[in-house]
Ligand binder design. Structure first.
Ligand code: M6R
Length: 608
């Protein structure tokens, strides 16, 4: 949560900072601010609300300086307000800092600094940082930041500038992402790559406890012992356009439409007709796979829902018991982890704090960890034993779409790989699934053609207060994802239920005109699902069904149906989720909500 940027070069820093922040707004948009070195002084401009508000202020203030830091906030400590916005400064305004993360010991530090005579203006945890730097400052900003960082507990990516050293920008990271953009006579820091892509494709991906010193002469990276580190330059190969809307009204719609390509890219070179599955550079051996007696899939939100599909696929194909758990629960119980446990963490961003904590817990117990993530060099990618990247490209909309379908693809790839290595399923069956996967990209494009029909449904249901999603087996997993999508971007209350569970309580919620979205793509459960649909219809529900082509018998029972192309039921989630994503999108549009930046949310949840 929160995005930070920093710039030192020849351009007008405020322009570069605002441009960078516009690419990071997905990380939070409660407030925005910059601090720029202006004629030898640190000048701060910040305000509550979207970046657009800050731009108005900056237009008036006409900052010309060439060094600065910027921040876009997702509020944790202290309500969204002008005062709590970053950057924060020391008392005389000579040092300014921006911060992404949480300083867990800020109360103790605040009390101590107060006893030393420091005065605080905001309610934030971050404000201790400029005061600490001030406390330790003896003429060298880097040294002061290093000393201050030693006092901090929690997670942070921090950028600092000072009036006393106007040609320096210092930064550090621990448990929050930070990259350095390397330009020609200009350099950058940012929470994420898209923020610098307009200026450079060469970046350093920082490790925890690495410090950055940017000066006119260039960039130096240091360990916490002030030993210089020789970093490898990572060259970004994806196109800057990938992080732009490309003619679509919203990132979410663009990302929904990118799914056929994302599916194809994630399968490429891993699933090839007539060949065994290859898992990039994954080092787990056949013997190690044979020894695994339990798999935990741990993730949050949409990634957790991908894990639920993963459980079905792995248990069915690789015949290993799988538990799927939300990371925030997993990390605080005593899960039974042994050396024969495998953990698969799924995270689009690779920076989700709870998921990362669960990964570390598993590593501490000597379990092996495979990370499924979309961000190269992210924390989970670095800390896991093996990584399987989802090649979805940058996902900017807060509501996850293309990352989800590629996470499903990753689950199928892992299941098939394990099944091949263990010999748990006949080769003919494996070949059929591979073939089904390879055809999915084309079929996903066909589902997108139902857009207009779905738009009509959205018009009909957008004023509902509540909605229910039902499914059995894999359809239940997709129902959960459909329900999350709807509530997060349209603010309509919705729940997903295993259809067979209805009569044990939830059916009491159904009354005249309640909208029910019923998924019925699983061949062997189709008749059971029809019975459940009849149960809610009898009680007045209006039902929209998602079914496979050829199952038009469903029309006798439901009010409307959307059909997905016929595929093997095991891979149907990849197609059946698409109408649900589109439905949420169009309902959100009908209601006039901010689709890409829904209230209270942020794309990347790097705090607990
Ligand atoms: O980056 P991650 O995949 O770890 O993020 C996990 C969740 O925060 C994320 O999927 C969230 O639920 C999305 N907003 C859902 O659309």
């Amino acid at each position: 949560m929160c995005g930070i940027v920093g710039y030192l070069g020849n351009r007008k820093a405020s322009d570069v900072l605002v441009e960078g922040l516009s690419k990071l707004e997905y990380r939070g948009y409660d407030s925005a601010g910059v601090a720029v070195l202006e004629e030898g002084n640190v000048v701060v401009q910040k305000c509550k609300g979207r970046l657009a508000n800050l731009e108005v202020k900056l237009d008036e203030s006409k900052l010309e300086g060439h060094v600065g830091i910027g921040h876009t906030r997702w509020a944790t400590h202290g309500a969204p307000s002008d005062l709590n916005s970053h950057p924060h400064t020391n008392e005389d305004g000579t040092i300014a800092a921006v911060h992404n993360g949480i300083i867990e010991n800020y109360i103790i530090l605040r009390e101590w600094l107060t006893s030393e005579g420091y005065k605080f203006k905001s309610e934030t945890d971050t404000e201790v940082i400029p005061h600490l730097v001030d406390y330790y400052y003896e003429g060298d900003l880097l040294d002061a930041v290093m000393k201050a960082a030693k006092k901090l507990e929690g997670s942070y990516a921090i950028g600092v500038i000072s009036k006393n050293e106007p040609d320096k920008l210092v930064a550090v990271r621990k448990d929050s992402p930070l990259i350095v953009g390397l330009g020609k006579e200009e350099n950058f820091i940012a929470s994420d790559i898209p923020a610098v892509l307009n200026y450079t494709r060469d970046v350093y991906l920082l490790e925890d406890n690495e410090f950055v010193l940017i000066e006119n002469q260039g960039v130096k990276i240091f360990t916490s012992k002030k030993e210089e580190v020789n970093k490898e330059v990572y060259h970004v190969t994806w196109n800057a356009d990938a992080a732009e809307k490309g003619g679509y009204d919203h990132f979410m719609l663009k990302e929904i439409h990118e799914q056929p390509k994302a599916i194809k890219d994630t399968l490429t070179s891993r699933i090839v007709k007539g060949q065994n599955v290859t898992l990039d550079s994954i080092t787990i051996t056949k013997e190690q796979i044979a020894e695994i007696d339990k798999i935990y899939i741990v993730a949050c939100g949409t990634a957790y829902h991908a894990g639920v599909v993963g459980k079905y696929a792995i248990e069915r194909l690789a015949k290993v018991p799988v538990e799927v758990e939300v990371a925030s629960e997993f990390r605080y119980r005593d899960p039974l982890i042994t050396e024969n446990t495998l953990m698969i963490v799924i995270s689009q961003s690779g920076e989700t704090a709870d998921t990362l904590a669960a990964l570390r817990l598993a590593k501490a117990e000597n379990a092996r960890v495979i990370a499924v993530t979309n961000v190269v060099g992210s924390s989970v990618a670095r800390e896991a034993d093996d990584v399987l990247y989802t090649w979805a490209g940058p996902e900017i909309a807060v509501a996850s779409t293309k990352a989800y379908v590629t996470q499903l693809i990753a689950m199928y790839i892992i299941s098939l790989y394990f099944a091949e290595n263990k010999g748990t399923v006949r080769k003919s069956e494996i070949d059929k699934i591979k073939c089904a996967l390879l055809n999915l990209s084309e079929k996903a494009a066909e589902v997108l053609n139902h857009k207009d029909l779905i738009k009509d449904f959205a018009k009909r249901i957008c004023n509902d207060q509540d909605m229910y999603f039902l499914g059995r087996g894999l359809d239940y997993a997709v129902a959960m994802e459909g329900s999350l999508k709807l509530k997060e971007i349209s603010y309509i209350h919705s729940e997903a239920y295993a259809a067979g569970e209805l009569k044990h309580g939830p059916i009491a919620l159904i009354e005249d005109d309640t909208t029910v979205i019923a998924l019925a793509t699983q061949e062997h459960l189709f008749d059971k699902m029809l019975s459940n649909i009849k149960e809610v219809k009898t009680r007045g529900a209006k039902v929209i069904a998602i079914a496979m082509e050829g199952h038009d018998v469903i029309e006798k029972t439901v009010d409307s149906a959307i059909y997905i192309p016929r595929v093997m039921p095991i891979v149907a989630p990849i197609l059946s989720v698409i109408p649900l994503q589109l439905l949420s999108y169009y309902v959100s549009i009908e209601k006039g909500c901010d689709v890409d930046k829904p209230r209270n949310l942020a794309k990347s949840v790097t705090v607990e």
